[in-house]
Design a protein around this ligand. Structure first.
Ligand SMILES: *Cc1c(COP(=O)(O)O)cnc(C)c1O
Length: 223
């Protein structure tokens, strides 16, 4: 690796993930870095792709398709933002992973569309772990029943995803998500962002979603 790459924000995040895996007694390389490229201009993304980052997160279907269609080969794309049922057809066709399954209507639409396309993205259920009214996700108390419903519809739920309340210590929220996963026989946990991914790794995250710490702060509205 060149000096320039070693000193890049991406290299620094990779090193911090490796250190957090080690500190937690986790298997080296067991945590996947999902680089959150939403709103970023392509000139911020190209060097990260060139440094062999192959997993990216986006929060809007349309924006992701515009950004990634020309660069789709060999890249795994995760949808990490809310999914409306009128976008399910495109999302199933385009994404490798949908992390935001959070209500019955959406689960039914996904089951129908997966049937039609004969192609299934990997699915995560989003849990509103801090029970915040403005946030998406199933309530923690309803998670077991919702996972059971998804399975009854024929969906394979690979993981759980959460975004803890910004003002709280995230550790207990991550631990709560891990417990929901364990009692439902679910092995993958998408938790931790730029400010708390090391805590998430200590609590069992199998993937972390890091945006601004890699790409710099986002511009709203997108440039
Ligand atoms: C934007 C976003 C991230 C990345 O946030 P950073 O703080 O920039 O790392 C992670 N997860 C979700 C669901 C997001 O919407």
């Amino acid at each position: 690796m060149s000096d320039a790459l070693q000193s890049s924000p991406l290299a620094a995040i990779r090193a911090r993930i490796a250190a957090a895996e080690k500190a937690a007694g986790r298997v080296p390389g067991s945590v996947t870095l999902v680089a959150v490229s939403k709103t970023q201009p392509w000139d911020h993304i190209a060097p990260v792709l060139a440094a062999d980052q192959r997993v990216f997160g986006e929060n809007r279907v349309q924006e992701a398709m515009e950004r990634w269609t020309p660069h789709r080969d060999g890249v795994a794309l995760h949808l990490i933002g809310p999914l409306q049922t009128n976008k399910v057809r495109e999302a199933v066709g385009f994404f490798d992973v949908i992390e935001t399954v959070d209500r019955e209507k959406l689960a039914r639409a996904l089951a129908d569309e997966i049937d039609k396309q004969g192609k299934a993205p990997r699915l995560y259920v989003q849990v509103n772990i801090g029970q915040e009214p403005q946030k998406a996700g199933v309530a923690p108390a309803e998670a077991d029943a919702f996972i059971a419903l998804c399975r009854a519809l024929g969906l394979t739920i690979e993981g759980l995803m959460c975004i803890p309340p910004a003002e709280d210590d995230p550790a207990p929220h991550f631990a709560a998500l891990r417990k929901i996963a364990a009692r439902n026989g679910i092995e993958r946990l998408s938790m931790g962002m730029s400010d708390d991914f090391e805590v998430a790794i200590a609590e069992g995250a199998t993937s972390v979603r890091v945006g601004s710490a890699i790409f710099g702060s986002r511009r709203y509205p997108p440039a």
